[in-house]
Write a protein that binds this ligand. Sequence first.
Ligand code: CA
Length: 235
Amino acid sequence: MSLGDSDNEMRILVVEDDKDLNRQLASALRDEQYSVDVAFDGEEGHFLGDTEPYDVIVLDLGLPELDGVTVLKRWRADGRMTPVLILTARDAWSEKVAGFDAGADDYVTKPFRIEEVLARIRALIRRASGHAASELSCGGVVLDTRAGRVSVDGAPVTLTAHEFKVISYLMHHRDEVVSRTELTEHIYEQDFDRDSNTIEVFVGRLRRKLPKGLIQTVRGLGYRLSEPESESNKT
Ligand code: CA
């Protein structure tokens, strides 16, 4: 499988009780290579957001069992800082205010175009990882988060969807040690039979496709992506 013009890498939770809308959002996000979990009421959504590591959560405010503002307030009160994009009803300015006061990072008003939701999610991920541009680069490797492409010294590299998710996560956490467990959790969806050994396989393949020394093994801890120490100086 080669990666075409898809987008991203990370785990997203969609909490929306409208089944059609939930399905549309989940499918559009999966098309962009995100791993997606879904919830159809506030309790389920709160539980998932509380127990699973997501990179972004899309949260409808009008939800059964537990309303979205309450869900969000509980996450924030418990120290969960995941970026949250709320979905609000048209013209309900008071909902937006309540949502922001509860700790929302951004909002989209219904009805929305899916492209706008996707763009706002990309922006939230970039902001969360401290990068303002849609391109991340390190040691001659450039990752275009918008186009879902990776190149080395300007030459495109063909990656599988899983390889892309791994490199993308590492690029977003440049110079940090990322454990295999963390990588596994961010790459597979909830119900997938997780096997952290496969991460080694993906990293091995990436190392053959990318500059030597870019992905370092930190013994007993995981991996770290940083500028390879070498005589060449590409920046
Ligand atoms: Ca709703």
